[in-house]
Ligand binder design. Structure first.
Ligand code: DWN
Length: 395
């Protein structure tokens, strides 16, 4: 693994602090956020991993249903899955608050969600939910009860699990002979193109590329038979995977097309990552300059969407509660808390909180379209957004 980026000391994303925790003598935990490239497998990953138990516990705040964009994306996918693959049983790994699974019949779906507070939500809705980490022993438990599974889906989850060999071995163990695995995660090429260094934080152990997924699948006698580019989460890839032995599904020409795009971009070359590091350093300085010049002019700045991504940006650029007055967010378990590391207060979203604000830092830049539509009034009144993607700028 060759290191190419150091984003400094970072607190754990999604560990929002209560007032009690903020005032407590117990020190907030930090780790060194370094990122590397594996020349052989082409995998990009963080170098210091934090234990899954510490990250995904019974208080995990993130809810995938908080944006219309994601709700629509899951609904559309569910229609497609039912029409195209007609699964008898779908297993979702990382079901969060059930944004996808709620579109399936309860007796045709299984959820895996280690965060107990989230698992409770799908259990309450009547879905069989395993509140456990995805591994071989859980796969064995599921197989002994349900035999084989014909569709496995996982969004923004497998990239959060350190041992990928165990992940795919366990998947291969329960997947039926003609079964389909669909995974989606942020695309490495989009992350590099947009200088979206905030896709790196403790939970994103990997940022996948098509080439790295193809290489990984080879080890498990699986293969990618189709790929779809998605606009979600700043540009994601949805990979459709089958067993190599399954000749019923043909390999779509998109696989070679998108692989060629990545190779033309030199995603397999270390020099690409060195260039990315240089762009990240320039981006950092530009963003700091924007904030400092606005503060010099006594402008009032708040943040919108207290994302895991913004934890990386704010801590890396050392933008704290002296610069950003507060964040607004719709997530119940984030509000009335403080951002990790920078201790910026998070208020429960209300449109009035945008009154008399000059600038808003777009923490949830991946939902720019949705947010701009919602905040037409703020923009009309002369309010401006600050975004670091693709380049630090005032919009
Ligand atoms: O992989 C992961 C992704 C999928 O979700 C996790 N490891 C953690 C999390 O990352 P994130 O926090 O960067 O995700 P989002 O989806 O970009 O977060 C958006 C945040 O913005 C949420 O806290 C909800 C909030 N929001 C809001 O307050 N008003 C979002 C929208 C669209 C809004 O209108």
């Amino acid at each position: 693994m060759k290191k190419f980026l150091n984003l400094g000391k970072q607190p754990f994303a999604n560990k929002y602090l209560s007032k009690k925790e903020l005032l407590s003598k117990k020190k907030e935990q930090f780790y060194e956020l370094q990122i590397g490239f594996d020349v052989k497998s082409k995998l990009v990953s963080i170098l210091n991993t934090v234990s899954s138990k510490k990250m995904f516990d019974n208080k995990y705040p993130y809810r995938s249903s908080m944006s219309l964009t994601m709700r629509d994306s899951f609904k559309e996918l569910s229609v497609f899955i039912k029409k195209k693959f007609k699964p008898n049983l779908i297993l979702e790994i990382g079901s969060n608050d059930g944004s996808l699974i709620k579109h399936f019949k309860k007796d045709k779906a299984l959820c895996v969600e280690p965060c107990k507070n989230l698992a409770k939500i799908t259990k309450k809705k009547g879905f069989k939910t395993y509140s456990e980490y995805w591994n071989k022993s859980l796969a064995k438990k599921i197989k002994s009860k349900f035999k084989k599974i014909d569709l496995i889906y996982s969004a923004n989850t497998l990239s959060h699990i350190p041992n990928l060999d165990s992940v795919f071995k366990s998947i291969s163990y329960v997947l039926s002979e003609n079964g389909v695995l669909i995974i989606e995660d942020p695309s490495l090429m989009e992350c590099l193109k947009k200088t979206a260094y905030d896709q790196f934080y403790n939970e994103h152990i990997y940022v996948f590329s098509l080439i790295s997924i193809i290489n990984l699948m080879k080890k498990h006698n699986l293969e990618v038979f189709d790929v779809k580019k998605l606009k979600t989460h700043g540009g994601s890839m949805r990979y459709f995977i089958k067993r190599k032995s399954n000749k019923n599904l043909r390999i779509n020409k998109n696989v070679q097309k998108y692989l060629n795009e990545e190779l033309n971009f030199k995603i397999d070359k270390f020099e690409t990552y060195i260039k990315f590091r240089k762009r990240v350093e320039v981006s950092k300085q530009k963003l700091i300059d924007i904030f400092h010049s606005l503060k010099k002019r006594n402008k009032k700045i708040i943040g919108y969407g207290s994302t895991a991504k913004s934890v990386t940006v704010l801590n890396y650029c050392k933008i704290n509660n002296q610069i950003i007055d507060y964040f607004v967010d719709t997530t119940p378990d984030k509000t009335n808390k403080y951002m990790p590391g920078t201790h910026i207060y998070i208020k429960k979203y209300h449109k009035n909180l945008l009154n008399n604000i000059d600038y808003i830092f777009l923490g949830a830049w991946n939902f720019k379209k949705e947010i701009f539509k919602k905040e037409k009034k703020f923009i009309k009144k002369g309010g401006r957004f600050i975004s670091h993607i693709p380049k630090p700028n005032i919009i």
